[in-house]
Write a protein that binds this ligand. Structure first.
Ligand SMILES: C[S@@+](CC[C@H](N)C(=O)[O-])C[C@H]1O[C@@H](n2cnc3c(N)ncnc32)[C@H](O)[C@@H]1O
Length: 312
């Protein structure tokens, strides 16, 4: 079994995908207490280090390094400030890469990193990884093309150590028109769940900001991107349609009851299994936060599965 170290591991989305791809995840890390609680409830064998990554001085030897450094600065929802300190956490990933020197690495981040405002930061990262001795490729993938019932575009950066004579090829989409399987729909994934799972969904009012755009998709479509802030999570498909009144202004078509997706529905649309444990004792907002921030496990698995066999 090839071994992996994971940084910025959250509640374990990327690492659950890695395990399914056959990796033994030796060590994981996150600064968020609830991320640790969820992670260890589901993957107790991994040495989870709950601390700021900057406090970790040594890492176990491993063949793969995975990391999804925070992305608020690049995301549409976050403050678009290319110089926010948080964007430089990738240097911590680079530090680990230079210490561990794994055979390969995988990074996931928001696709906003490819926008012209942030291009210089993406280039910095790629150049740094090349200088560290890796052949680097990157691509924006959409989760819906890989069987998830969710539109979610993310950039993946994959590197293979230069002394290994292999090049990484990204996986081809498997779902959608003219592909082997049709897109998955919300009906497929959350269609048989209770309509009103009280306590599991955010009941805050639908304020003007929420209604500044269309937040709903039909049962027979994939969901819109699920996010980490529970107030901004898309509508459950049983909610009435939203109709456009003008620029940035939408309203419900009828007075029928409406609700946001629950945290469990968010987790399922991210590709976590139904029995993925979200321990009690923390707020509902924390459950949404870690589930919405995760990398969809099946997407991370597809990227890891496409690595050449360089492990023996
Ligand atoms: C995009 S999320 C990672 C999602 C995760 N890979 C998954 O699939 O579930 C980024 C994570 O970085 C963590 N983080 C932010 N700053 C950190 C730091 N200084 N040290 C360690 N973790 C940090 C956040 O708490 C968050 O969980």
């Amino acid at each position: 079994m090839p071994t992996a170290v994971s940084l910025f591991s959250g509640c374990g989305g990327s690492d659950y995908g890695l395990r399914q791809a056959g990796f033994d995840v030796l060590m994981a890390n996150d600064i968020l207490p609830y991320a640790q609680a969820v992670y260890v409830a589901n993957m107790p064998e991994t040495d989870f280090r709950h601390c700021d990554v900057r406090q970790i001085n040594s890492f176990p030897e491993a063949e793969l390094l995975a990391g999804c450094y925070p992305c608020q600065g690049f995301s549409q929802g976050g403050v678009r400030d290319a110089d926010r300190k948080i964007n430089f956490l990738y240097r911590e990933f680079l530090r680990a890469l230079k210490l561990i020197k794994p055979k390969a690495f995988i990074v996931e981040n928001v696709s906003g990193m490819t926008r012209s405002t942030f291009e210089h930061l993406l280039k910095n990262q790629i150049i740094s990884f090349r200088l560290a001795g890796y052949r680097v490729s990157w691509k924006v993938l959409n989760a819906v093309d890989f069987g998830l019932a969710q539109e979610r575009k993310r950039i993946f950066i994959v590197g293979i150590r230069s002394d290994i004579n292999e090049v990484y090829e990204f996986p081809e989409p498997t779902h959608g028109e003219n592909r082997t399987q049709p897109y998955a729909t919300q009906q497929d994934i959350i269609g048989n769940l209770p309509e009103w799972p009280l306590g599991d969904f955010c009941e805050d009012a639908f304020h003007w900001y929420y209604l500044s755009r269309d937040r709903r998709r039909n049962w027979n479509q994939p969901s819109k991107t699920v996010v980490s802030n529970m107030r901004h999570v898309p509508l459950h498909p049983m909610s009435p349609k939203l109709i456009k009144l003008g620029p940035d202004e939408w309203k419900f078509e009828t007075n029928a009851p409406a609700r946001r997706l629950s945290y469990r529905e968010v987790a399922l649309l991210q590709g976590f299994p139904m029995d993925y444990v979200f321990p009690e004792g923390f707020s509902l907002a924390k459950k949404y936060e870690v589930a919405g921030n995760a990398v969809p496990p099946p997407l991370f698995r597809a990227v890891a599965d496409a690595l050449p066999n360089i492990w023996n």
